[in-house]
Design a protein around this ligand. Structure first.
Ligand code: C2E
Ligand code: CA
Ligand code: CA
Length: 713
């Protein structure tokens, strides 16, 4: 238990004090032991000396008492014993004869003693021996010393001298000696302590230095510090080890710091990639969603009005496709910086898709504020963008959705703004539209149609209607245009103007196109079978359809399968498809022409036409868009455009079809200007093939030709 207590006590001490305490304890123990041994040695020496001198004295007295004993001279014997007066330690002395009788005795004055104690039985000499023997066994620490000296005469033992001495007087000497040695020891201890106090520094100072350094390292995380003066002892080894450890840590720390900063930079970069758009440096779609969510929540809780503007650049695709992606990227960059410049500091603009941007406008006091922002955006993009010396005009269609009026959830707000933007596109682009509930119904209808369209082919809901085209010279049937119809089981007949864009968006157009080409080929064979051998079938080809890798194979397979004469097929491509002068489209048009298929340009005059592209394509026909025909003959603009188109086409040996002919005065104007073919409700609306064949049969029977009577509509 004390050992445990000492250990505990020591463990709480500083190393300096521990060192001092242990050393003092050891020194004290050693000195105490030395003092005890010295005192004990002194005691033994002194005791031996007394014994020795008593023995000598006893021997001398014994030899002097021989005569007194022989002659039993008690007086003489007692006189001899008086010699012990000079030996103060001898308290009692007695001379016994051979029979154990006391001849003479001496008792120091002042010592009480019963002399009879010394009297031994005269007859029992052995008892004397025993007595003597007993006295010989005086313990080492006893106060009394007993000496029994035999007295002999001529070889015979004639008696004994017994002496009892008291050595207690010696103890005061011993105590003095003890005091002296203790003082000496204490002085030694003090000197040792002083020395220790002086020397302990040489041991503890390096340790303190080491622990101080460690504190600096821990507190300041500074691994560049080192222990300076190292010695060759264990502390020196420890210090050098410490230094080495520090330099290892320093190297690793620097490596770690470097790695961490690299990782931080990489994370920052990834973060930027994850949240920012690399082209425009604007926050991206990911960031936008998070920010929109927060803004909507904030607007709801603070009862403020906010708006989301969904922007889609108009005609961006044309620049991107004609001048390449690099220019497209530059355009996006310039457009985004123009937009950013007209916005207020608090308005948030993000790029959320290819040519789509979103602007979050917070804290709106009046709806007019949103119109102002929208107009500023439209204005900002109204000046042309100049690339490779050419001016490019791009506009922007903006859809606006307001929180909380239109939606209170970020995703709904986005969907609504998207719908409003779509409406802006439908309304001729480069304008802004506010969301209204009607758009939502249209959107759900579109969504529904999207899923129904996937099964329309399998369920046989699609049909081709055919609209006759008549020769302007004799009004005989010269061609028919295949126009797709969708008989929706619930919604009735759905116009291709509605479902073709959906098919394009959802990637259904290739399978729809395949069905179209196959059906047209099949119907073409039926026409031939019915005796209509010189009438071509015009098929509308969508831009996405022609870009499909399998397109040419689909056409080839259809021609092979139905053994259809390629010359009876005419593919109608819009201007914008041909404007995309990518080698891919040119290559495909050339392949179609090489197969013998005719190619017509549909809706001519509506695209961003530079007439030059006409030269690069082997075109057979131009179809003047209905929007020009409808203005005939009153609109001077439409008449001059129509005239110019006919003249130009004829100049290039290309036939001209007038679309959407509805009135006789349109026919008259077109005949006057030598238009080749008419197509429109004036002659006939699109109809099922069976109906067309029936009509043909009726007319053929009448005059052998398929003349189409003009109908008033
Ligand atoms: P489009 O190629 O310009 O076809 C002519 C459109 O004008 C047809 O509308 C036709 O019914 C309509 N039309 C013809 N004559 C007159 C007229 O005198 N007055 C008026 N107001 N309209 C007339 P439809 O059938 O609704 O087709 C609309 C568009 O859908 C087509 O325009 C074409 O771009 C596309 N389309 C139709 N069928 C197909 C198809 O099978 N494939 C592809 N890719 N597009 C198709
Ligand atoms: Ca057409
Ligand atoms: Ca057309």
């Amino acid at each position: 238990m004390p050992v445990v207590a000492i250990r505990k006590f020591l463990s709480n001490l500083s190393i300096q004090n521990k060192f001092l305490v242990i050393n003092l304890a050891v020194t004290t123990t050693a000195l105490s032991f030395a003092v005890i041994m010295a005192v004990f040695g002194e005691y033994l020496t002194k005791r031996d000396f007394i014994m020795e001198s008593l023995n000598v004295q006893a021997k001398m007295v014994a030899s002097n008492t021989t005569a007194a004993l022989v002659f039993k001279d008690e007086k003489g014997a007692e006189d001899i014993l008086q010699a012990f007066i000079s030996s103060p330690q001898v308290h009692i002395a007695a001379i016994y004869d051979a029979q154990g009788g006391v001849l003479a005795s001496y008792i120091r004055q002042g010592i009480k003693n019963n002399i009879s104690d010394l009297h031994m039985s005269e007859n029992d000499h052995d008892d004397i021996e025993t007595e003597i023997h007993q006295h010989k066994d005086d313990s080492l620490l006893s106060n009394k010393i007993h000496i029994n000296q035999e007295i002999s005469f001529e070889g015979d033992i004639i008696g004994n001298l017994f002496i009892e001495a008291d050595i207690s007087g010696m103890y005061s000497n011993i105590i003095n000696y003890l005091i002296y040695t203790t003082i000496v020891a204490l002085i030694g201890l003090s000197l040792a302590s002083l020395l220790l106090l002086k020397l302990r520094k040489s041991i503890t100072a390096p340790l303190q230095n080491l622990s101080g350094l460690m504190d600096t390292v821990i507190q300041k995380n500074d691994y560049s510090v080192r222990v300076e003066h190292t010695t060759d002892d264990e502390i020196g080894i420890l210090s050098r080890g410490f230094n080495e450890m520090l330099s290892h840590i320093q190297v690793n720390d620097e490596k770690l710091a470097h790695e961490l900063s690299e990782r931080y930079r990489a994370e920052e970069h990834l973060d930027k990639l994850a949240y920012y758009d690399v082209i425009t440096d604007l926050p991206n779609r990911h960031f936008f969603h998070e920010h929109l969510e927060r803004t909507v929540e904030h607007a709801i809780t603070t009862k403020q009005v906010m708006a989301l503007l969904f922007l889609d650049l108009d005609n961006f695709k044309i620049v991107n496709d004609t001048l390449g992606h690099k220019t497209g990227d530059m355009l996006l960059k310039q457009a985004s910086s123009r937009l950013s410049n007209v916005l207020r500091k608090n308005d948030y603009i993000c790029r959320i898709g290819g040519d789509e941007f979103a602007i979050i406008v917070e804290n709106i006091n009046h709806v007019d504020d949103i119109s102002i922002v929208s107009e500023k955006c439209i204005d900002a993009l109204s000046n042309p963008f100049v690339f490779e010396g050419n001016n490019f005009f791009i506009g922007v269609s903006i859809g606006i959705s307001i929180c909380p009026e239109d939606a209170t959830v970020s995703n709904d707000l986005l969907v609504n703004a998207d719908m409003a933007m779509y409406e802006a596109k439908l309304r001729g682009k480069n304008n802004y539209q506010y969301f209204n509930k009607k758009m939502n119904d249209e959107h759900s209808r579109k969504f529904q149609l999207e899923s129904d369209l996937r099964h329309a082919i399998d369920k046989g809901q699609l049909e081709l209607y055919y609209q006759p085209q008549v020769d302007s010279h004799d009004e005989t049937l010269c061609g028919i245009e295949a126009l797709m119809r969708w008989h929706h089981p619930e919604k009735g007949m759905i116009s291709p103007g509605e479902f073709i864009p959906i098919a394009e968006e959802t990637g259904l157009i290739p399978s729809l196109g395949q069905w179209l080409i196959n059906t047209a080929c099949e119907d073409c064979n039926r026409l031939v079978k019915a005796g209509i051998t010189d009438v071509s079938i015009a098929i509308n080809i969508s831009g996405i359809q022609i870009r499909d890798n399998a397109f040419i194979d689909t056409v080839r397979n259809a021609l092979d399968t139905f053994k259809t004469q390629a010359g009876l097929l005419e593919f109608e491509l819009t201007e914008s498809i041909l404007m995309d002068d990518s080698s891919l489209v040119i290559d495909k048009v050339n392949k179609l022409r090489a197969m013998g298929i005719l190619v017509a340009i549909d809706d001519f005059g509506t695209g961003f036409s530079s007439m030059s592209y006409l030269k690069s394509f082997p075109i057979n026909k131009l179809k003047i868009d209905r929007s020009f025909i409808s203005g005939l003959p009153q609109s001077s603009e439409d008449t001059s455009i129509t005239r110019a188109i006919i003249a130009m086409a004829h100049g290039m040996n290309i036939g001209v079809v007038a679309e959407g002919v509805e009135h006789a005065d349109q026919i008259d104007f077109l005949c006057e200007h030598d238009c080749d073919v008419f197509q429109g409700y004036y002659y006939a609306k699109p109809m099922p093939l069976a109906e067309l064949l029936k009509l043909y049969e009726q007319r053929r029977r009448a005059d052998g030709h398929f003349h189409l009577a003009r109908v008033n509509i």
